[in-house]
Design a protein around this ligand. Sequence first.
Ligand code: NAD
Length: 261
Amino acid sequence: MDLGIKGKLALVTAASKGIGRATAAGLLAEGARVMICARNAEELDITKGELMSDGGEIKSFIADVSDPEQLRELYAHTTENHGPIDILINNAGGPPPGSHQDLDDEAWLNAFNLTVQSAIRLTNLVLPSMKTAGWGRIVNISSYSVRQPMDNMMLSNSLRLSVLGWAKTLANEVAPRGILVNTVCPGWTNTHRVSSLLQSRSVAEGITIDEARETIAQNVPLGRLAEADEIANMVVFLSSNAASYVTGVAVPVDGGISRVV
Ligand code: NAD
């Protein structure tokens, strides 16, 4: 299938590792031009170098997506040097774990900036040129926890639903302008984030990392964790011309772990 995004400019945030990085690789493979951002200059440089070696046009810019000023700089740098953004992938690191009693005002506000405002602010910046072009794709990276809340993940369970409500409402508002807004909800995926989580579980429970992974996999109908490119495949499809009649959806890519229809 020709996804029809050759030469389109895609901005993928939080993309030095994991799902963001796999998405950048997938978009490059489809011939899109890609700008990635993350906070750590060294990691970002290494990732850019590795992705560049597979061919294609990839650039990077250091930015913390929870900081509105850095988002403005990222947007200005990208558009001044490469033109209008056609595809926006709103990704960020996950908010910290914790239960209701662990979280104070500051924790909620920081997580709101990271998970909700990052997507809204960048979208505000890219929408005018997408409207002018009459074409745009916005894909948010969320979690399967929007369908089935996870214990001790109060911030993620709450704020990702806020993004979902915003995305669905926005999808209807901008549909007449040719802009599609969708969300991908990954299940357990083998990334850096999950490696550190498995490491802490193995220490806390006195089991090996493989045993910790196996415990999770037993709950997944497909019997294993996902690889990041399996999540990215859906993100790339929703970013494409081929997804031309899909908007306002939240697509689980979770191996069947969420037990809801
Ligand atoms: P990861 O830790 O492997 O990668 C996260 C990337 O985000 C890194 O490149 C990191 O540098 C960057 N980053 C983190 N905070 C940032 C910030 N404030 N500004 C800019 N860049 C930032 O994580 P991942 O597993 O790829 O997760 C990506 C998203 O998907 C997260 O929101 C995570 O909660 C969500 N998610 C992951 C899984 C999973 O199992 N891996 C499951 C469901 C949802």
